[in-house]
Write a protein of this length. Structure first.
Lengths: 201, 207
């Protein structure tokens, strides 16, 4: 076969077009589902932060409770989620916090009470810490420790202090010192900024 | 013409991509701390290798020889993206656990290795089987490593607790170095066995 110059180019363009079309079609047809999955996961986490238990883990129930009790408002680049009681009064805020972890950025939400005095709970939206070590920050044992922490006694924005340091209120994860340290830095810094902005430091 | 039986024997045992050809090592070290992750990764690779070999073989007579690698990469990338989209849409938990490794299936040498070494010269159906067989060989090795790592590192198998609370998890097993040790041990054992088999066969021929 004589080596043609044009044929390989046409061949490549054609095959690229075919595959791009197939992928674009698949992407389009699943986009809604992917977005829904992400929404459900975020709703679950926000509800967990405020310690609200939906009647079941089913996506419909989670979204229903979320719609009833949670609203959002813009804050910096993201959203602050507001927790409403049955009469519409504000019960708490979920503040986005983020910063560098050990391997990649860590994104989380911290729930605080409406008078900015206590932490209601935290949950991690995204992180890439070592599974089984730093990755354990997303386990309940670690996250549950943050519920009910007093924010009013903290000085200089040191809300989270690991035991056994003086004034310590949370246990770090053994074997994951750097991840634990980043988590406390992220929460302390971003929470401090939020509280200062609200004039209640 | 190769029989399917021979193809599978080659892919899984005699020419196992991980322990004989020593390719696809990177991902074998990365995702093997949990059995479930390894299984999904293996199935994903089986799917991609099988179908990309099939497609490469299907168009092998029309593909200009000097741009065949470009075409192969394109085909592989397309299937990897399909796996990624599928996981995101229907198995969001798994998609999160595997994270960037799904996208990295494309860099797995096994896929292009099979496309070049086999699918370029053989008919589509056999190429498909060859890809699946290689993927299966890869999956089995991954599961063997993951079995030991998860058992000692977490005390669980597929997330089910098998060792009681008395068990102190070995942190080293969850860290990447453990995969190095285990992979080396598996290669050592399997090479010893295969050498022995060869010796026995040679001895028979000599008689």
């Amino acid at each position: 076969m004589k080596k043609s110059f044009i044929f390989p180019i046409i061949f490549m363009v054609l095959i690229t077009a075919i595959f791009t079309f197939v992928l674009a079609f698949l992407n389009q047809s699943t986009a809604e589902r992917v977005a829904l999955n992400q929404e459900i996961e975020l709703s679950r986490k926000i509800l967990y932060i405020f310690d609200i238990k939906p009647p079941s883990e089913k996506p419909e129930d989670v979204l229903k409770v979320f719609d009833e009790k949670i609203s959002s408002m813009p804050y910096e680049d993201g959203l602050v989620y507001v927790y409403h009681g049955d009469e519409g009064q504000v019960l708490g805020y979920a503040v986005p916090v983020s910063g560098p972890g050990l391997w990649g950025s860590v994104e989380a939400y911290v729930g605080i009470s409406h008078d900015y005095s206590t932490i209601l709970g935290i949950d991690f939206i995204r992180h890439s810490e070592t599974p089984g070590l730093g990755g354990r920050i997303s386990e309940d044992d670690f996250k549950e420790q943050f519920r009910g922490l007093d924010l009013t006694k903290a000085s200089d924005g040191n809300y989270i202090i690991y035991r056994p340091a003086p004034g310590g209120n949370v246990d770090a994860i053994a074997g994951a010192t750097l991840t634990s340290k980043s988590v406390s830095n992220i929460i302390n810094e971003d929470l401090h900024r939020f509280l200062k902005e609200r004039g209640n430091s | 013409m190769d029989s399917p039986k021979k193809i599978f024997k080659m892919g899984v045992i005699k020419d196992n991509p991980v322990i004989v050809q020593i390719i696809g090592i990177c991902s074998a070290l990365a995702v093997t701390n949990l059995m479930m992750n390894s299984l999904i990764m293996g199935v994903g690779l089986m799917f991609v290798t099988g179908l990309s070999s099939f497609t490469v073989s299907l168009i092998r007579n029309y593909t200009p020889k000097h741009i065949r690698m470009m075409v192969q990469v394109l085909i592989i990338a397309a299937y990897v993206i399909i796996v990624d989209i599928f996981l995101q849409a229907y198995m969001p938990e798994m998609s999160k656990a595997l994270g960037p490794y799904v996208g990295l299936i494309i860099t797995n040498c096994i896929i292009m290795g099979r496309a070049e070494a086999y699918a370029q010269q053989n008919p589509p159906i056999l190429s498909f089987l060859d890809g699946v067989a290689s993927g299966l060989g890869y999956t089995i090795v991954l599961l063997m490593i993951a079995f030991v790592r998860e058992l000692f590192g977490f005390g669980t198998i597929f997330g089910i607790k098998v060792l009681g609370d008395w068990w102190t998890p070995w942190t080293i097993m969850i860290m990447p170095p453990a995969a190095f040790f285990l992979l080396a041990i598996i290669i050592w054992v399997s090479n010893t066995i295969q050498e022995k088999n060869k010796d026995v066969k040679k001895g028979q021929v000599a008689k």
